[in-house]
Design a binder for this molecule. Structure first.
Ligand code: HXC
Length: 277
């Protein structure tokens, strides 16, 4: 039974979707939401142990899911993955380019390999996966691509030159492919999630070992205080907030939507861009 009151339970029944990075974090929220609405979700990522746990969880809850291992930087493997999924199911209706790599680093010290790693995962990987599903979507008379972007490049984000450059590329790719592939019925959109309290975010709020910490300090309290101050809608996002947007775009309601980038962040980036008093 769908826990999403505005969507009917079988909204996406009969559809097949691939979610890269779909076994953890926001990707798992997207995979879970799509499976709850009847889609067969193929979770694609590098780590078999993450894939197994996520697929087991979705199947135990009554959903349809399977796994493929892939590093989105490996174009040949990506093409083989798309063929495997198509051979197994006879269709690919949706691709969610969610896999991403990221870390904070000073631009002046970023090694060539560090720059390349993030650009290859976030931008090349998005292109490789999207290009790989194209022939199957075209043959099927259409399909949906939803890529994960971010808002940090709207104003610049120090220590993240690699990721902001890659995501700006994802935005450009989204708009270009939307126009190029409209004639094949392929809708290409992007989502820009705001702050979601994944493990990585919790770590950022946890004082480093040995740092002076007041007796009353709690990570949960620090996170709540930050959200109340920084997010106009006054709460952190959830992976399900993002999953429901993807479900909408995959559904018939998304039929006339292409080339759009949806910010889903409780107003966070707009508030951050306020001029200082
Ligand atoms: C500087 C770093 C570094 C760091 C890695 N490198 N971490 N440089 N500071 N913190 C450098 C390494 O030294 C190496 O360069 C190069 O990057 C590649 O590192 P590897 O570990 O060999 O690469 P790999 O195993 O392929 O891992 C890729 C990765 C990793 C991107 C570096 O972090 C990863 O796989 N991340 C996936 C999960 C993830 O990051 N998710 C976040 C997505 S969230 P040298 O020169 O030494 O060889 C998101 C939204 C962010 O994207 C919003 C934030 C506010």
């Amino acid at each position: 039974m769908s826990p999403h009151p505005i969507f009917r339970d079988d909204l996406l029944a009969g559809q097949v979707g691939i979610v890269t990075g779909g076994a953890t974090g926001i990707g798992l929220g997207i995979s879970t939401t799509l499976a709850q609405l009847g889609m067969h979700v193929v979770l694609a990522s590098r780590k078999p142990e993450n894939l197994k746990a996520a697929v087991d969880g979705i199947v135990a809850a009554g959903g349809k899911a399977s796994a493929v291992t892939v590093d989105v930087r490996d174009q040949e493997r990506v093409q083989a993955m798309a063929k495997e999924v198509h051979d197994a199911h006879g269709r690919i209706d949706l691709l969610v380019n969610n896999a991403a790599g990221n870390f904070y680093a000073k631009s002046e010290t970023l090694s060539a390999n560090a720059w390349k790693s993030v650009i290859e995962i976030d931008l090349y990987g998005t292109f490789y996966c999207t290009q790989a599903v194209f022939p199957y979507m075209k043959a099927n008379g259409g399909g949906r691509v939803v890529s994960t972007s971010m808002t940090l490049h709207y104003r610049g984000w120090p220590l993240m030159a690699h990721a902001t450059a890659a995501k700006a590329g994802v935005d450009a790719l989204t708009k270009t492919l939307a126009v190029e592939w409209a004639e094949h019925g392929i809708r290409v959109n992007a989502i820009a999630p705001g702050p979601i309290p994944t493990e990585g975010v919790r770590k950022a709020f946890t004082p480093p070992p040995g740092a002076p910490v007041p007796d009353v300090f709690s990570v949960d309290k620090a996170m709540e205080t930050w959200a109340m101050a920084a997010i106009p809608l006054k709460r952190w996002g959830t992976p399900e907030d993002i999953g429901q947007m993807v479900a909408y775009l995959a559904s018939p309601a998304g039929d006339w939507i292409t080339g759009s980038i949806f910010v889903i962040d409780g107003g966070e980036w707009l508030a951050k861009s306020k001029p200082a008093n």
